[in-house]
Write a protein that binds this ligand. Sequence first.
Ligand code: FEO
Length: 394
Amino acid sequence: MKPREIKPGIHEVGAIDWDRRLFDSLIPLPDGTSYNSYLVRGSEKTALIETVDPTMEHELFHHLADLDCRHLDYVVANHAEQDHSGMLPRVLEKYPQARVLCTPRCKGMLIDFLRLPDERITTVDDRQTVSLGDRTLEFIHAAWVHWPETMLTHLKEEKLLFSCDLFGSHLATTGLYVTDEGQVYEAAKRYYAEIMMPFRGNIEKHLERLKEYQIDIIAPSHGPMYRRPAFIIDAYRGWVLDQPRNEVVLPYVSMHGSTRIMVDRLVGALANEGVTVKQFNLSVTDIGKLAMALVDAGTLVVGVPTVLVGPHPIAAYAAILANALRPKLQFVSIIGSYGWGSKAVEQLGAMIPNLKAEVLPPVYCKGLPGAEDLKAVDALAAAIAQKHRERGFA
Ligand code: FEO
C-alpha cells in the first residue's frame, strides 16, 4: 500500500495492524487497529507527526522511502506511549538531523522508556508554534488524554488537528477517512470507554479549549480520520457530559445456577419497570462491550457467587475494571449466592472505591434463592427504577 495523501505535501505514513487482537495485554481489539503517522512537508522544513508501534517498523520506513523522504527536521511526539513513540530510536538513527518535539513531561518519559539522548529532544510550551516555512505547527498541551504528558498538534494553515489518542478508534481499514459513521461510532466509543473515560473531567476542559481552533480535519493516531469533526466531537460531548441513561449494567458469573436465577429475576423485574438492562456473562463476554455499556449506565449491579469465602475471581476482575474506568454511574449493588459462609459482598464492595455511587442494599442468599430472596430482588429492581426516575434518567 502506498502512503495516503491528505493534501499536497501531507501524507499518512503509518501502519495498519489488521491482526492485532489485544492491546496492553488487556483490551480486546475485534477490528484490529492502526498506528497513524503523518509526514508534513513545509516550504522549508519537514516534520513527522508520531511514529508507529515498533512491530510495524517496515511499514513506516517503506512509506517514507516511497515519498523519497531523506531528511527530517522534526519528529513530533504528542505522546510517549510506545505504540506511537516506540520507533523514535530507529527514526532518530535514520535521520540524524531530526529533533524530537514534545512536552517537558514527555521528554522525561521518552528518556525513561526509550533511553533517547537528551540532546535530541526539544521541549515545546503550550501554544508554542514552530514554522515549517509556509506551514505552521501549534502545540496544545492536553494533559491526561490519557497520559499526563500528552499534547495535540494543530496545523494552522490546513485547519488540521493531529489529535493523538483523543478521538481515536481501534479500527483497521484502508479508508483514510471515516465513511461509515455507525461503525466508527462503535469503535470510537469502545476506545473512549477503555482509554479515556477515567479522565472525562480533563477531556471536558480540552473539548472546551478546542473551540478556539479552526478544525476542518481531525487526524487521530488510531483509526480513520474525520472529515466531519463535529461527528466525533459531538459524540465525545455526549459520552462526557450527558447524564446517565435509564440503564443497568449487569455483569455476572454463576457456578451452579443460583446466581443466574437471581440475574434472570432482576432482568425481568427491571424490564417490567421500564429500565433497560445490559447483561454480560463474564465467563464469555468481551470486556470491551462491558466497558462501552458503562459509558451510559445509571446503575451497576454485579452478580457474583462466593468462591472460597470471597467473590468469584472473574467478578472481582470486572469490579476492578469498573473501578479503574470510573464511569459516571450513580448507583451500585450486588446480587448472588453462597454455600456455607461468605465475605464476598464486603470484599467486592472494597474493590470499587472510585465509584462515587450510592450503594443499594445487596441481595445475597444461601444456596438456591427462595421466594423471599426473589422478592428482595424485585424490591431491588423497584428501588433502582425509583432512583432513576428521581434523577430524571431517560
Ligand atoms: Fe495509542 Fe496511549 O497510545
